[in-house]
Design a protein around this ligand. Sequence first.
Ligand code: CA2
Length: 140
Amino acid sequence: MKLRIINGPNLNLLGTRQPEIYGGQTFKDYQELLEKEFPTVEFSYIQSNVEGELINAIQKAATEVDGIILNAAAYAHTSVGIGDAVAGIATPVIEVHISNTFARESFRHQSYISKYAKGIIVGFGLQSYKLAIASFISSD
Ligand code: CA2
């Protein structure tokens, strides 16, 4: 199974600041852990701070992988374009967030992606990604 993790704006800063919200691990270290833990999965990753690049990445992933794990970060709450991109592809997308967005400011309670996602996983720290992967590879 091929899975692509698409991370949005500022997630390149993971492990550098705000560890109380986002944990202390860099995403690169976490990737290595995922690859060890899920040896049957072929992972690929992209992070961008640019909305249009994320839309291009979603469209491209739809032709290349079996499933997408998308943390659009702040764009989840603002981007009709990213929501439309997810709506416009047949490849399943699981929306993840590291923090519990519903326990934070009200502007984080809305997501333009959730309606079109296969499912959403929020608030489990970096484990949110693992839970999404487990869901993709589960045969139940
Ligand atoms: O909890 C999440 O995964 C979020 O998608 C993270 C976004 C935030 O805007 C969403 O509401 C929820 C922010 C990502 C910023 O990541 C940083 C990591 C370390 C240091 C600074 C920012």
